[in-house]
Write a protein that binds this ligand. Sequence first.
Ligand code: NAD
Length: 673
Amino acid sequence: MTQISQSVSLDRQGRIAVVTVNNPPVNALSHHVRQGLRDAINQAAGDAGAAAIVIACAGRTFIAGADITEFGKPPQEPTLSQVQDVIERGPKPIVAAIHGTALGGGLELAMTCHWRVAVKTARLGQPEVKLGLIPGGGGTQRLPRLVGVEKALAMIVGGDPIGGEEAKRLGLVDEIVDGDLTAGAIAFAERVVNEKRPLRKVRDLGDKVAAARGKPEIFSEFRKSVARQTRGFKAPEACIRAVEAAVSLPFDQGLARERELFVETLNSPESKAQRYFFFAEREAAKIPDVPAETPAAEIRKAAVIGAGTMGGGIAMNFANVGIPVTVIEVASEALDRGLGVVRKNYEATAAKGRLTKDDVEKRMGLIQGTTDFNALADADLVVEAVFEEMPIKKDVFARLDKVAKASAVLATNTSTLDVDEIAAATRRPESVVGMHFFSPANVMRLLEVVRGEKSAKPAIATAMAIGRQRGKQSERLLLEGASPQQVDKVLTDFGLPMGPFAMSDLAGLDVGWRIRKGRGERAPVADRLCEMGRFGQKTGSGFFKYEGGDRTPKPDPEVDRIVAEVSREAGVQRRSISDDEIRERLLYPMVNEGAKILEEGKAIRASDIDVIWVYGYGWPVYRGGPMFWADQIGLKTIRDRLLAFEKQTGSDFWRPAPLLNKLADQGRGFLDK
Ligand code: NAD
C-alpha cells in the first residue's frame, strides 16, 4: 500500500487498483483529499498492471460532502472539478464503492466515476439547498441524466437523501453489494474488465434528459408544488434553473450555467445566513463550562406531571425515542382527556402515512397514565408541566422531592417563573433545572434548558414579554395610519410565517381581551373588535374577515373604519407609514431585547438567541436570526433608529440596551469574535 497524501492511499488487489480515502470523521473533501485522489488516480492510470480502479472510503462513510471549514477561503487547487475531470476522463474504468452517506460533493464525485456500487444502507443525496446553495460539482447536470428530471428535481430541491435500494432502482447505483463492500466493488470492476465494457460517462447519457425536452410543464408543475415551503428562499429556484439547463443545453454549457448559479447562491445573503445558522445550531449544543465528555445520566424511565397542552406533547417526545414515561394528573378525567389527545395526535400522523398502526400502539404502550404520585419513584427524569402558578409548582416540587429517587433530574417547564424559587421547595435544588419545551411540544425541535441562579429567569420569559410589547406596537401602528394587511404583509414578506394580526385572529382575540380586563389594561382596537363580537377566525371576523370557512384573512373595510374611529377618539394624527418603518418598529426591538438577554447572561452566545428565534418563533432561517440580521444591517443604524423612536414617542421602551450602544460605538457586531 502506498500513502499518496495524508488521507489517501493506493493499493492493488490483483489487477484492480484500490484508492482509499481516510479523512475522519466523515471523509470530507478537504484539500489533501482532493490532491490525494488526483495523484492516486493518475498513478493507477499509469500502472500497467492495473486494469480498473475502485474508489472506497475507510471509517463509517463514503465522502459525506465538502469541507465546510474551507468555505469562504480562497479555493486551493486541485478543485473538486479538476479531480472530477481526472476521474471521468481517465483511461481506465473507475468504480465508486459507497457506504454510509454520499452527500453533496461526495455524490458528485461518485457520479463522475464510470460505475457506482453501494450497500443497502447507504444514503445518497444533494443537500446543498439546505445551506442556501445549489450543487456546484455537476450534480444538477449528472443526477437528471441518471435518475430522470422529476426525481432529480425532488432530490436537489428537497435536499433529502435516498437509500441504496432506491438509488439502485433509479439507476443512480449500478449494483447493491451484500457483504464486504470493497470486495464487492473489486468483483464488479473485474466483471467490467472481463466484459470489456466501454467507459460509461454520465455526461454522455442523454436519454433521461431528452425525455423531458419540450415539456416545460414538468418544471412549472414542480415549481407550483414547492412554492409554499420554499417561499423566501433563493436556492430552490436556482436549483430548478440548473436542472432546466441540464435539459436544454449540451453538457458542458449546462455545467457552466450551474457554475454561474452556484456562485450566485454562494454570494447571496440568504446562503450566508443559512451557513451561519448551520454552525449556530451546532454551537448551541455546547456549553462552555460543561465539557463535551461530561457523562450524562442515562434516561431509562421518565415521568411527566400534568397532561395538559404541554405535558402530553412532552410525553410523546419520550415515547417517540422509546423511553417509557409515566404521566401523572390530579384527576382521572384530566388524565383521560390528555392521553386521548396524545392518541389522536399519533393517529393523525398515522393517517398521513408517517407512522404505522403498530407504531401508534407501541408508542401509546410506552405512556402510562396515573393519578398516583408515587409512580414516579423510579424515573430518571421528571418534567413538571402543571399550571403556571408558583404555589402549585412549589407544592408539586415539595412532593416530588419526597418521592423521586436521589439521582433523578427534576425539571420544570415553566415559561415565566423563577427556577431558583421552584428549586427552593426541594432539599436538592442542585437537581432542579428549567426545561422549556416549545408548543406544540411534540412538533417543535427547540428545547431551552435553564440552569439555576444566574439564568434563573429564562430567556424565553423575556422573549414572551417582548411578544406582548410587539402586540402593543402593532396596535400603535394601526392608530397612526397603517392597516392590518399592510403590517402583516411587511412581516410575511420578511419571511415570518404570519403577521401579528392574522396570528391574533387565529388564536382568538377574546383570550387577550379577558386577560387585559383582569389586569385593567387596554388595547383600544382589539378591545373595540371584541366588544363587537369579532373574536377572529372562530367568529368569521376579527382584524380580518373570513368567508365561507376559508381561513385566508381578507382585508375588511369595516376594520379600517373602526381603526379610524379609535384613532380619532385617541387624538392620534394619522399619516401614511412606510413598510420600512413598520419593519423597523416591529423588529428592531427584538434585536434590542436580544442584546439585553446577552448582556444579562441569560444566553451564552448571540447565536443561541438566533437558534431560539428560528426554531421557536418561525424567524426565517435565510435571514439567520435577529442577531445575525442586525449585524448585516449594522448596529449603529439600529441604535440610531431606536434613539429616534425614543425621542419621537418619549417611551423608554425604545431605549437602546447598553450592550447595543457599546457595540454600535465600537463599530462592532454581536457576532464579531
Ligand atoms: P395546561 O393547563 O394545558 O395543563 C396543565 C395540566 O396540569 C392540567 O391538565 C392540570 O390538570 C394539570 N395539573 C395541575 N396541577 C397539577 C398537579 N398538582 N399535579 C398533576 N397535574 C396537575 O397548561 P400547559 O399549557 O400545558 O402549560 C404547562 C406548563 O408549561 C406551564 O408552566 C406553562 O407555562 C408551560 N408552557 C406552556 C406553553 C404553551 O404554549 N402552552 C409553552 C411553554 C411552556
